[in-house]
Design a protein around this ligand. Structure first.
Ligand code: NA7
Length: 532
């Protein structure tokens, strides 16, 4: 079938749903969304692994564009779990009556710009062609699962799963020997839950990681009331903070604080739990000396929790500054290594060589397991976009245009790819920000831009190559002012995917500055874009 529309949104997670709502209900466009899954939810539709939970607190992890939605929904815990977020997104989709305009089980396999017609031709796996003027990618930053190409995986006699493509029916670990590869945010959430059920859990760690307790708990009734009564203020606060959270980064500096006082501050932050730990001092991500104080504190905590000295040493032998990789938060992660049925294997010194019929092979020998869990992350940020096989003006493929790393303007528009908008693309704050805040800003900006084009009879918008040049320079400069690029194995840098160019992808200047930049670009007649 060929379907002609004004606009097509790819993806029906937080981003795609909101964009669909804006374009359909505010701009009155003829617009649809396509979604590979059988339901809405994006990340939260696919990531159903044990322990899957958001690291943003629930009262900031939702849509805030509608006070009505905020008042009607009530979160049950400090951090929302996967199932609850999925229920929330279904609630929002139903409230906004979005599902009727989403084609589910529809995966985009290519998108080609037809310059003569000024239309995008988008092909789906099912054989449909969407012919649209505006194409909006809402495919997320972490939706292309990375299963390492270990030789012999196909010979494995047991079952294996990637956490980002988890079976809907769940996995029963009872009585099983489980091998889990990966100790990022996902592995750190999953390990304690798997360990409770499995006969034995062996965790294969390549890079040791920091983690701070989440201190998750049911939300008290008073807090739920506070959220309802202060919906507007909560929204406003998330627009004023660097990372779209409800907490502000403290003004004080770790390097100017007495050691004893600093220890008390870290101790209090550890007790309070959560990502706010990294907001304890303003210089934590800009000064190595300051960062060392946080790193040292967390490493001492790890050694004080984990009883076996060899395991404690491996877990606390961390090679990067605190929060230079995405900092995980956890529920009993380090405590899990005190269980009799949990073993840690260092695959930094003795890497995984392959998979045998019976289990995981390292330079140290074979570890027999019944189930392998790959908590090995994603081809982040660019992976989901490249999977769409986008071809722009003059037949230039995005994979060639971005061969040396992503190149765009504001993270939103790409030179040579007219009328294509990327929500939370590389070069935008995205993963360094509380996602719904970043998403609402992008979707609002895109909707206003399309509204402007229609009001002024404009047919195309396209980033200028020189604006892209300048933006990339700014993204790099901002990243280099921080310690973020110093984590050699970070997915922020693409370093987790063999062969991927090492480029720091997110915009590290903070959401406030970024929003101001986007607003001023729009106010100045979409400076840096060619509108025709
Ligand atoms: P991450 O953070 O990319 O973590 C993946 C983990 O898997 C990490 O510990 C990797 O070690 C490890 N890994 C990846 N490939 C291998 C191979 N080949 N051998 C051994 N170990 C490997 O993904 P997550 O899913 O945990 O989190 C992604 C984001 O989702 C998270 O940051 C939040 O924003 C939500 P490495 O560090 O590369 O040495």
């Amino acid at each position: 079938m060929t379907i002609e529309l004004d606009a097509l949104v790819i993806g029906a997670g937080f981003a795609g749903m909101y964009q669909l709502h804006l374009l359909r209900d505010q701009l009155k466009l003829n617009v649809k969304a396509v979604e590979a899954g059988t339901g809405v939810g994006g990340t939260w539709f696919w990531n159903r692994y044990p322990g899957a939970r958001c690291d943003s607190e629930s009262h900031v992890y939702w849509y805030t564009f509608s006070e009505e939605l905020m008042k009607e929904w009530e979160w049950s815990e400090r951090y929302p779990g996967q199932a609850e977020i999925l229920r929330y997104l279904n609630f929002a989709a139903d409230k906004l009556d979005l599902k009727k305009d989403i084609a589910f089980e529809t995966r985009v396999i290519s998108a080609q710009f037809d310059a003569a017609a000024n239309r995008w031709r988008v092909a789906t796996q099912g054989g449909d062609i969407y012919v649209v003027k505006y194409l909006i990618s809402a495919v997320g930053c972490l939706s292309t699962a990375n299963v390492p190409k270990f030789p012999g995986l196909e010979t494995f006699a047991g079952d294996w799963y990637h956490t980002g493509e988890w079976p809907h029916a769940g996995v029963d670990f009872t009585g099983k020997r489980v091998g889990m590869v990966g100790t990022g945010s996902t592995g750190i959430q999953a390990a304690p839950v798997i360990a409770e059920q499995a006969a034995h859990l062996t965790v294969f760690q390549r890079t040791a990681n920091y983690s701070v307790p989440a201190r998750n708990a049911p939300l008290p009734t008073e807090f739920k009331q506070y959220v309802k009564q202060n919906a507007k203020q909560i929204r406003a606060t998330t627009r004023e903070t660097l990372n779209g959270m409800a907490f502000k980064i403290e003004d004080r500096k770790a390097v100017e604080t007495q050691a004893e006082e600093r220890e008390k501050i870290y101790e209090a932050a550890w007790e309070r739990g959560g990502l706010q730990f990294r907001a304890s001092f303003q210089d934590m991500l800009t000064s190595k000396e300051a960062n060392d104080t946080a790193a040292d504190f967390v490493k001492r905590k790890i050694r004080s929790i984990v009883k076996d000295p060899k395991t404690a040493a491996l877990l606390s032998d961390i090679d990067h500054p605190y929060a230079a990789k995405r900092p995980p938060i956890d529920t009993d992660y380090f405590e899990t290594y005190n269980r009799d049925n949990v073993t840690l294997v260092d695959v930094r010194s003795k890497p995984i060589m392959g998979i045998s019929e019976r289990g995981i092979l390292t330079e140290d020998g074979e570890y027999p397991v019944d189930i392998i869990v790959f908590a090995t992350g994603f081809d982040a940020m660019t992976g989901p976009l490249q999977r769409l096989n986008i071809v722009g003006r003059d037949g230039v493929a995005l994979k060639d245009a971005w061969e040396a790393g992503p190149r765009n303007y504001l993270g939103l528009g790409i030179a040579g790819f007219p009328n294509l908008f990327t929500i939370t693309g590389p070069g935008s704050p995205s993963v360094l920000c509380n996602m719904p805040v970043a998403i609402e800003q992008h979707a609002d900006w895109i909707a206003r831009c399309i509204e402007h084009m229609r009001a002024n009879g404009l047919e195309t918008i396209e980033a200028k190559p020189e604006a892209v040049e300048q933006w990339i320079a700014e993204v790099n400069e901002l990243a280099n002012k921080t310690l973020l690029p110093q984590a050699k194995h970070s997915w922020y840098l693409g370093a987790n995917i063999p062969g991927k160019p090492r480029v720091f992808m997110p915009y590290a200047g903070g959401m406030v500055r970024y929003r101001e930049t986007c607003d001023s670009v729009a106010a100045n007649g979409y400076e840096g874009f060619v509108l025709a």
